[in-house]
Ligand binder design. Sequence first.
Ligand code: SF4
Ligand code: SF4
Length: 373
Amino acid sequence: MKPIITYSLRPDAADSDEYYRTIAAFADEWLAQSIPQVQDLVAGFREYHLQRSGADLSEAEYTFELLALGVLLREHGREARRMPAWLERWMPRLIALQAKSARTENAFKSLRGWLGWIAGRGYDGGKSQDDVQQLIRWFRANDETTKGKRFESWHGYFLSGGELFLQEAVSKCLTLADAFAISSRERLGKYTPNVGHFLSTEAPRYRHRYDAGFIARTRIEYHLGMLGTEILNQAYRQRFLATRQKMVILPPCMCAPAEKCQAVETPFGAKCQACTPGCRVNQITKLGEKRGFHVTIIPDDVKVFRSGKGTESIGLVGVSCALTNWNGGWQTGELGIPAQGLLLDYVGCKFHWDKEGIPTDTNLKKLQEILGN
Ligand code: SF4
Ligand code: SF4
C-alpha cells in the first residue's frame, strides 16, 4: 500500500473503481441541485457572452464555473485582497524569465518563493470593493492565467449589471461554495483523508518555496478538482469520441524509477523506451501500441499543443493529479482541443510532494473506458 500524502482514490481498495462510481453519482446530484439555484445568472451570462462571440458552453459547465469562482473566493479571497500591487507587477515577469532557460529556472523559482512569502507577511490591503477583480489579479501573479481569463468574462457580466448586481452574484457563488463544502466533504471526504495533516505538518516547511501556494490547497479544492474533471469530461465527451486519433499524456511522476527513466524527448513530449517492465508508463505505451493510441510524457499537459495546429483531429487524454487536472481541461478547451481528464490515484512527484518521489498510478480500466476501447 502506498503512503497517502494528501488524497487517494483507493483509500480502502486495490483500485479506484469505486471512486469513479461515486464521483459520477455525486456530479449528477450536485448538478440537479445547483443548476436551478443559479439558472438566472447562467442565462444572463450566456446571452452576454454569446453577444461578445464567446464560445457557448453547457449549462453544467457554466454552473461549475460559478462554483469554482465561489470556492476560490472562499479559499483565497483574503489572500488576494492582501496582495501588494508590486507582487502583481513582478511575478508575471519572473514567471516569463523562469520559462526562458532551464539553467536559471531554479533561481527564479526560489526568488518567486521568497517574494511570495514577503508579500504574504507584510501588506494588508484591507477591504476591497471588488473581490472578483482582486482574485483575477491574484491569479495573474500566481501563473494561473487560464482561471483569471475564465473569470474575467464573468466579472464583466457582473459589472454590467451594476454594483449591487455584482455583490448579489458574488453572494450566490459563495452560497454555492458553502453548500459544496458540506456535501463534498460527506461524499468525497474519504478520498482526501490526509490533506489536513499535510497542511499542518508539511506545508509550513514549503513557506519560502515557489509552490508553497500550490501544495497548500485545501480539502474543498481537491473536491472541486474531482467534480471539475467529471463535469468537463461529460461536456467534451462527444467531440473527443469523434476525433480520428487519440493521444494519452502521462505526467513524469508515473515513470518508475523516474531518475533512471530512459524516455527520449520528441517534439510532442518524451517517448518511453521500455526500460522497466513494471513501469506503468511502459504498460500504457504497450497497450497503446495494441489499441491504436499514442502515449507521451509531458510535465505540463498542454504547452506543447499551444500552436493549436491540426489539434482538432486529436483527442487528448490528460492524466494528472486532482488539483491540476480540471485546469488542464479549461486550457485544452481554450485551445479547441477535445480532451478528457483522468486523475492519478494519488500524488507523489518529487517536484512537489515527496523528497524521493513515489511513482504514481492511475486506473487502467477507466483509461480504456475513456478511450472508448
Ligand atoms: S519504462 Fe519507459 S517511462 Fe518507464 S522508466 Fe523506462 S523509459 Fe521511462
Ligand atoms: S503528482 Fe501531480 S503535480 Fe506532481 S508531476 Fe504528478 S501530476 Fe504533476
